[in-house]
Design a protein around this ligand. Structure first.
Ligand code: GDP
Length: 138
């Protein structure tokens, strides 16, 4: 099963990409596809469409378009739920010890990593970044 992660612009800028990838691989995830992307405003708005009415929508779009981010299609059994566990709560102040956000996030907004929150959203979000031919693996 695949899920989508994005190592967000704060973590890429802070040169935490390698540490976060190592954390995920040590937890059993396999990288099936990866691309460094600088999202356009239209792309970030579309990706976070569900949050359009929230007060944090505009700052979130500004943050997510502020620099390169690393989109990852990750494979593992129970990948969606397992990745949510490994990244921790949205706000690093509330994330459990040892989670990616507890270790590497700056704030509730600049929180180092995105992970799909349901199998349906994982399918949509993997498709947002990757074509079928990029997911065939070796
Ligand atoms: P996630 O599934 O844990 O990433 O959280 P959500 O889907 O609720 O929110 C999407 C993203 O919006 C989060 O990862 C944060 O980057 C940002 N965000 C969420 N809630 C807040 C908030 O209350 N304030 C700010 N500034 N950003 C937020």
């Amino acid at each position: 099963m695949l899920t989508l992660a994005i190592i967000k612009p704060d973590a890429v800028k802070n040169r935490l990409t390698g540490k976060i990838l190592a954390h995920l691989e040590a937890d059993g995830f396999v990288v099936r596809a990866a691309r460094l992307v600088k999202l356009t405003v239209a792309e970030a708005e579309s990706f976070y469409e569900v949050h359009r009415a929230r007060p944090f929508f505009r700052p979130l779009v500004t943050f997510m378009t502020s620099g390169p981010a690393l989109a990852l299609a990750l494979e593992r059994d129970d990948a969606v739920m397992r990745l949510r566990d490994v990244i921790g709560a949205t706000d690093p102040a509330e994330a459990k010890p040892g989670t990616v956000r507890k270790l590497y996030a700056e704030s509730k907004e600049r929180n180092a990593i995105h992970a799909s929150d349901s199998p349906e959203n994982a399918a949509r979000e993997v498709g947002f970044f990757f074509a079928e031919r990029e997911l065939r693996g070796l």
